[in-house]
Design a protein around this ligand. Structure first.
Ligand code: 5GP
Length: 192
């Protein structure tokens, strides 16, 4: 089976990561989004096998036992998320580079597992206050999940220096340019 490079992007929810990832994928068709598995319910507009592989806990736990994950984690209480090895291989076998969009612990776990292959990028919001406002505007969170996400973001910031690159998303255009540039340097044979 082919194996190659991996681009790993981490950012607290509300940091603008989704927009940046979309822009990166549009300008670099060589990259392919790695669809994670998770046990949370789909949000409005999300689809199985496109946004996530939405599994129930029993199925997810069975896959853990079968060592099907490159990494997995309980990201929020009772909510499992993981990167399937089969997903990375599906993308490599198709001649592409996977773009893995996961949280800090998952990113560090993947880069431990595939040290020579990974570029890890941390996307930072300009401040926790901006993050809180963006999350509120998105309107997808309850008061409790908003608090969970903010405290996770504060915790994650501590790990940013462990990443190969940190991109601060205070200006979307600038952050997009920076992101495309670092990825293009990492996979120079593929034009982004
Ligand atoms: P959301 O529920 O907002 O889609 O994602 C919540 C968090 O889970 C985000 O920080 C996201 O990056 C992370 N996440 C998504 N997929 C994975 C995965 O496969 N593994 C890990 N460790 N985290 C993931």
């Amino acid at each position: 089976m082919a194996s190659g490079k991996i681009i790993v992007i981490t950012a607290p929810s509300g940091s603008g990561k989704t927009t940046l990832v979309k822009r990166l994928l549009n300008s670099c068709p060589h990259l392919q989004f790695s669809i994670s598995a998770c046990t949370r319910l789909p949000r409005n507009g999300e689809h199985d096998s496109a946004d996530y592989y939405f599994y129930d806990q029993d199925r997810f736990k069975k896959l853990i036992e079968e060592e099907a994950f490159a990494e997995w984690e309980m990201v929020y209480p009772g909510k499992y998320y993981g990167t399937l090895k089969s997903e990375l291989h599906r993308i490599w076998d198709a001649g592409h580079t996977p773009l893995v969009d996961i949280d800090v612990q998952g990113a560090l776990a993947i880069s431990d597992k595939y040290p020579a292959s990974c570029l890890t990028i941390f996307i930072e919001a300009p401040s926790i206050e901006v993050l809180r406002e963006r999350l509120k505007l998105r309107g997808t969170e309850t008061e409790q999940s908003l608090t969970e996400r903010i405290s996770k973001a504060e915790h994650e910031l501590v790990f940013a220096p462990k990443f190969d690159r940190i991109i601060i998303n205070d200006d979307l255009e600038k952050a997009t340019r920076e992101l495309i540039e670092v990825v293009a340097q990492f996979i120079p044979t593929h034009i982004c």
